[in-house]
Design a binder for this molecule. Structure first.
Ligand code: MSP
Length: 517
């Protein structure tokens, strides 16, 4: 059985999830659902990045204590609470993770120890002194030349000057190996603009990196030297494997690692496409198949930030518009890989045009016609497009093909575009066949029935195609079409033209996209 494993970045718990975090996680969820639907053994990992200075600072702020006076127990209690908030948010948003990893869990600690020991055994760790800058927001050591006006180029926060003894990882020794790897694996870093960016970075800028911090910082004790803790990124990156059993369960690890797809934001590209593969090379472990970096959101044209007060909470959005609507909008509106803008105005426009007038209307009119003209019983569709002549069967087959290509290329907006075309085909079909006219002519009865069957069949395919992206909407439509058990059928069967619940009675469909206040 083919297998598919996919990961999102793990999230800092110094704050609640925002719409950018939800975006990556929705896409990963849609891909995981798509693979499960095809019958692939699937493993989807997300979770929280807890051993971070940002988190301990947030804990101190919450308790109103100076950062250097907060205890480990207090930080742990804070990250426990915040991690639960994230998990709950993801549950509300319909995220079907198989493992929600927390980097304070014991199996993660065991894996991090194993990984550091392997890198040390490879001769890639040495003790040195780091004198330079550190941005707590990025949790990154920043060379002087990367600062802009003395500040971190990504955050407006002032950087800290550090001079400390650290363990270093010989990252620069992997320059040629990394370049050769990118060359031999053109799909490793996607999209291609990010691949070019990482090649230039590795070629021109790669330096050794600190992988420990002094023990006063919140973190995992450094194996072999308790005066240090593991640098948070070195620990966090390992989550992808520890979540799959690395260091604790070899069988599970070998089942799922290497991941097929790792989704990240463009701001953490270097960590994932230079440091991470070099760590794996050093430990003699396989590299993930593909790392895809998506773009950043602005909110109504502005950078999203607490200080601007424009941070969008995905749970609030889902309460206002519905989880499926939010999932649809984010995946349809912003091409995966590019930067994009989130605005409620745009969401409302798409709601009206794509969902109410498109999918919602197709579903409602199909079911109404069924009740009106055939006592709600689903008849067989026209075969091969039949007398309708618009080639509905062929349109469905083409849609499945372009949909699969788009999903496999990690481009959900293109997959949704393909569904949009099929909805338009269905609308045109209804307009051209005019069942309301056929119903008036008894000699057209057979044609009317096949036309109604074709409408149901088109709607059924639209719903199936939507399932990874709008799972509840899809399930409601399929249930109304007499196929509530669709998940227990093989996709290859469901994809056959005419494999709907012929002879079943169409059920009630809740009003999918009601008017907004
Ligand atoms: N903890 C690290 C990741 C460690 S993975 C081993 C981290 N966490 S984060 O919570 O700050 O960010 C997680 C993800 O959210 C990143 O992929 C980041 O790109 C994404 N986003 C943060 N702000 C975003 C937008 N405004 N728009 C889209 N995605 C954004 O980094």
């Amino acid at each position: 059985m083919p297998r598919f494993s996919i990961t999102t970045p793990i999230y800092y718990v110094n704050d609640r999830p925002h719409i950018g975090h939800a975006y990556t996680t929705f896409v990963a969820d849609a891909l995981a659902r798509w693979h499960r639907m095809q019958g692939d053994a699937t493993f989807f990992v997300t979770g929280t990045d807890e051993n971070s200075q940002k988190n301990s600072e947030a804990a101190a702020r919450k308790l109103g204590k100076p950062h250097d006076q907060i205890t480990h127990e207090e930080i742990q209690a804070y990250v426990d609470g915040m991690s639960a908030t994230w998990r709950q948010a993801f549950d509300t948003l319909g995220i079907t993770y198989d493992r929600f990893i927390r980097t304070t869990e014991s199996d993660h600690l065991a894996g991090v120890n194993q990984l550091i020991n392997a890198v040390r055994d490879a001769g890639d760790i040495y003790l040195g002194t780091y004198a330079g800058w550190y941005c707590v927001e990025c949790e990154a050591f920043l060379p002087e030349k990367e600062l802009s006006g003395g500040m971190c180029p990504y955050h407006t926060r002032a950087v800290e000057k550090l001079e400390e003894q650290n363990y270093f990882f010989k990252l620069s020794a992997y320059r040629d190996k990394l370049l050769a790897y990118y060359d031999a694996h053109p799909d490793f870093v996607q999209p291609v603009s990010r691949r070019n960016e990482i090649i230039a970075y590795v070629r021109d800028c790669l330096e050794d990196v600190s992988i420990s911090r002094p023990k006063k910082i919140w973190g995992i004790p450094f194996p072999g030297d308790r005066e240090h803790v593991v640098y948070v990124w070195f620990d966090a990156l390992a989550n992808y494997m520890t979540a799959m059993g690395y260091g604790t369960d070899d069988v599970r690890y070998r089942t799922w690692w290497p991941a097929n797809v790792q989704l990240v934001g463009k701001d953490i590209l270097k960590f994932h496409c230079a440091l991470w593969p070099a760590m794996l090379m050093s430990a003699g472990l396989p590299l993930p198949e593909r790392v895809f970096a998506h773009g950043f959101f602005t909110i109504g044209g502005e950078k999203m930030s607490k200080s601007r007060g424009n941070v969008v909470n995905p749970v609030h959005m889902a309460e206002r518009y519905g989880v499926d609507v939010l999932r649809y909008f984010l995946m349809r509106e912003i091409p995966f890989g590019s930067d994009g803008d989130f605005s409620e105005e745009r969401l409302k426009e798409r709601y009206a045009s794509d969902l109410q007038k498109g999918i919602g209307n197709l579903a409602a009119r199909t079911l109404t016609m069924m009740r009106k003209y055939n006592d709600a019983i689903i008849p067989p569709p026209h075969l091969g497009g039949g007398r309708g002549g618009v080639g509905c069967e062929a349109a469905v087959a083409t849609t499945w093909r372009s949909y699969a290509i788009a999903m496999d290329a990690l481009l959900p907006h293109e997959a949704l575009d393909a569904i949009g075309s099929l909805v338009r085909t269905a609308d045109q079909y209804i307009e051209s066949e005019k069942p309301w006219v056929l119903a008036k002519d008894a000699s057209q009865r057979a044609h009317l029935l096949a036309t109604l069957g074709t409408c149901c069949e088109l709607l059924r395919h639209v719903a199936l195609l939507l399932a990874p992206i709008m799972p509840d909407t899809a399930h409601a439509i399929l249930t109304a079409l007499g196929q509530p058990d669709w998940r227990s059928h093989a996709l290859t069967d469901l994809q056959q033209w005419g494999s709907g619940a012929i002879g079943a009675t169409v059920g009630d469909l809740p009003h999918l996209f009601p008017a907004m206040e």
